[in-house]
Design a protein around this ligand. Structure first.
Ligand code: UDP
Length: 415
């Protein structure tokens, strides 16, 4: 078993000059000067797939670029260890208790791999999400340490939460994405709230010409002249792809040409369960010629996944993120940055990203989703107005420069 040191592409913080406020730009530079050569080690469970990897891909090299020494490692584990139906779902509130032997297995696996960290030294550790969190028990030099929980822990399964509480208490600081995800049992001065952010310059978010978009849509068999809605998300129960399908079927009665893309390319090694959900959706849409499913990597016809996501979001008239639980939907921010109207589930982190009727829409049911889809598709003016607001709000709050600042100030506080 090995730790994987994840290689990232170089970043240049100077590119943010002009895009973000001078105040924020100067603040980052000042903090970074004081933290020069600080060794920061990030640990998570997968080098690709899902929001955490997406953030680290940019955040780690940005930290490097401003003068820190940042590294990123992913831990090894088998399907059972990473199975999202255990820790992830349970901490997000799944009612069914995890069997005791899973907790034993979780601890013994982390105890086993703890030795892989013997030669890794850091001035500060950032451990992302529950899978590697328990390492703190077995790696004595893992201090000062920050636990970064990206999931919605506002109403966790009690048994699982009780198991995690002493683990969280062993950390010096804990970061959640929203105030209501932080549990009362943890002292307030240990808690920090950081909202996730996106990289505006990445392949996934950079500007694309309409010709490029049309060419790629054609290759994928999607008609660029017909209206399109999409949800780009792992095929996971909490993301509610079945609810999206239901909403689509209702809306299609009013907008007969409507097309739907459901994409969740299987990339994450910590998400072995999503193929099952994908198969279920495939079964239900076999006769729907205007529904396009993307799961297996080969379905994107050789198009880079980031470009694929970029194109689908830009080509959509409406982007959906109809989650039932969500720590923070990066996909919501990615689409809003592209000036898209997003209809999101009225829950968790999405409520912090979308202000209903102002820069997007929040919904509770497939029926409500369908109504909004129809309304937005029929009203171009509304689409433009909301889309403009959506982009502005991302520029102000959800770009990586702000998240970098949040981390740097926390490191200053700890050091
Ligand atoms: N994503 C992707 N390909 C897919 C589906 C999702 O690259 O087929 C990306 C998506 O663009 C986003 C991340 O995976 O950057 C998902 O992050 P989010 O916070 O929305 O959800 P999570 O998967 O972390 O629960």
């Amino acid at each position: 078993m090995m730790l994987e040191k994840v290689k990232t592409k170089k970043q240049d913080f100077k590119r943010y000059r002009g895009l973000i406020s001078e105040v924020l730009f100067a603040e980052v530079k000042k903090l970074a000067r004081k933290l020069r050569d600080l060794k920061v080690v990030h640990v998570n469970s997968t080098p690709e797939g899902g929001g955490v990897a997406e953030i680290l891909k940019t955040l780690v090299p940005l930290m490097e670029n401003v003068g820190l020494c940042a590294e990123w490692y992913t831990i090894p584990g088998d399907e059972e260890f990473f199975d999202k139906k255990f820790l992830h779902d349970s901490l997000q509130g799944a009612k069914k208790n995890i069997p005791d032997d899973f907790f034993d297995y979780y601890l013994s696996h982390l105890e086993n791999i703890a030795k892989l960290f013997n030669d890794i030294k850091a001035d500060v550790w950032v451990i992302h999400d529950p899978q590697p969190a328990g390492l703190i028990k077995f790696v004595p030099h893992m201090h000062p340490a920050i636990s970064r929980f990206h999931i919605d822990t506002s109403s966790p399964n009690k048994k699982t939460f009780d198991f995690f509480l002493p683990i969280l208490e062993a950390y010096d600081k804990i970061i959640f994405s929203a105030e209501d995800f932080a549990c009362k049992e943890i002292p307030k001065d240990k808690i920090n709230i950081f909202q996730p952010a996106i990289d505006p310059f990445s392949l996934k978010n950079k500007t694309m010409s309409s010709t490029q978009i049309k060419t790629i849509l054609k290759k994928l068999g999607i008609n660029s002249k017909k209206p399109l809605i999409s949800q780009i998300s792992r095929f996971d129960l909490w993301k509610d792809p079945l609810g999206v399908l239901k909403a689509y079927k209702i809306a299609k009665k009013k907008v007969p040409e409507l097309q739907l893309v459901l994409a969740g390319i299987f990339l994450a090694k910590d998400d072995p369960g999503s193929e099952k959900m994908y198969k279920e959706i495939k079964k239900r849409t076999i006769k729907e010629k205007d529904v396009f499913l993307f799961g297996e990597p080969k379905t994107t016809k050789g198009i880079d996944v980031d470009i694929f996501v970029n194109v689908i979001q830009r080509a959509s008239n409406v982007v959906l993120q109809k989650s039932i639980k969500e720590g923070f939907g990066l996909t919501v921010t990615e689409a809003m940055w592209k000036g898209k109207v997003v209809i999101g589930g009225n829950i968790g982190g999405i409520k912090k990203q979308i202000k209903n009727e102002e820069n997007g829409f929040l919904v509770k049911s497939p029926e409500e989703t369908a109504k909004k889809i129809i309304k937005i598709i029929e009203d171009k003016k509304l689409r433009r107005k909301i889309g403009r607001k959506a982009r502005e709000s991302v520029k102000e709050n959800f770009l990586m420069s702000r998240l970098l600042r949040d981390y740097l100030s926390l490191f200053r506080e700890i050091m």
